[in-house]
Design a protein around this ligand. Sequence first.
Ligand code: ATP
Ligand code: RI2
Length: 186
Amino acid sequence: MVLVVGPSGVGKDTLLDAARERLAQDKHFCFPRRCITRPAGSVGETHIPVRPEDFGQMARQGAFLLSWMAHDLGYGIPRHVLGEVEAGKTVIVNVSRSVISDACALVGQKNVRVISIRASSEALRKRLKARGREDALDIERRLARASAYQVDGDHVVHVDNDTDLETGIARFIHAIEMPQSIANRA
Ligand SMILES: Nc1ncnc2c1ncn2[C@@H]1O[C@H](COP(=O)(O)OP(=O)(O)OP(=O)(O)O)[C@@H](O)[C@H]1O
Ligand SMILES: O=P(O)(O)OC[C@H]1O[C@H](OP(=O)(O)O)[C@H](O)[C@@H]1O
C-alpha cells in the first residue's frame, strides 16, 4: 500500500493523476477513488461523493478501510481496496497524514510505503490560490494545517514537488516504482 501524503496544495492529486495515466497499462498498480463528503463535480480530483449525513453511518458499518475528517469534510478509502492489497497489487492512495499508523496496523508496516510530497509554504499558497477551489479563509486554514504533522521514518520516501510539474511527476513515479528494499532505506 502506497500512502501519498503531504499538506494541502502540495500536488498530491496532480501527481496521482499523472501516475494513473502513465502507469495505466501496468495492471499491477491500482489507483482507487476516495469517498468524500464534497459535492460531485468540484474542482480537482474525481471522487465518490457521499452525503455528509450518510458518512458517519457508512464509517460505523465498515464501508471504509481508512477514514478521517479534515477541512470540515469526511474522507474514506473504500473497504474493497483491501482485496486489491491482498491480491498483491500496489494500491496507491491519497490519505491524511493522521491515518498512516492506522494503515500500518491494517496491512503491516512492511507492506506500507509512505510517499511524502513536499514544497515550500510559498508554493503551497500560490498553488492553492491558483487552484481556486477554496475561499481565502479556507486557504489560510489549510496553510495553517500544513505543519500539523511531521512525516518521517524508515518507510517514508520524500518527493520534492518544488519545481516544474514534469520533474515532480518523474520523481513521484520513481518513488512508486522503487523496490521496497531501497524505499526502506530512503
Ligand atoms: N510542480 C508544480 N508546479 C506548479 N503547479 C503545481 C505543481 N504541482 C501541482 N501544481 C498545482 O497546484 C495545485 C494544487 O495541486 P493539487 O490539487 O494536486 O494538490 P493536493 O496536494 O492534492 O491538495 P489538496 O490536499 O488540497 O487536495 C493544482 O492547481 C496543481 O495544478
Ligand atoms: O492535513 P492532512 O490531514 O494530512 O490531509 C487532510 C486531507 O487534506 C487533503 O484533502 P483534499 O484533497 O484537499 O480534499 C488530503 O487529501 C487529505 O485527505
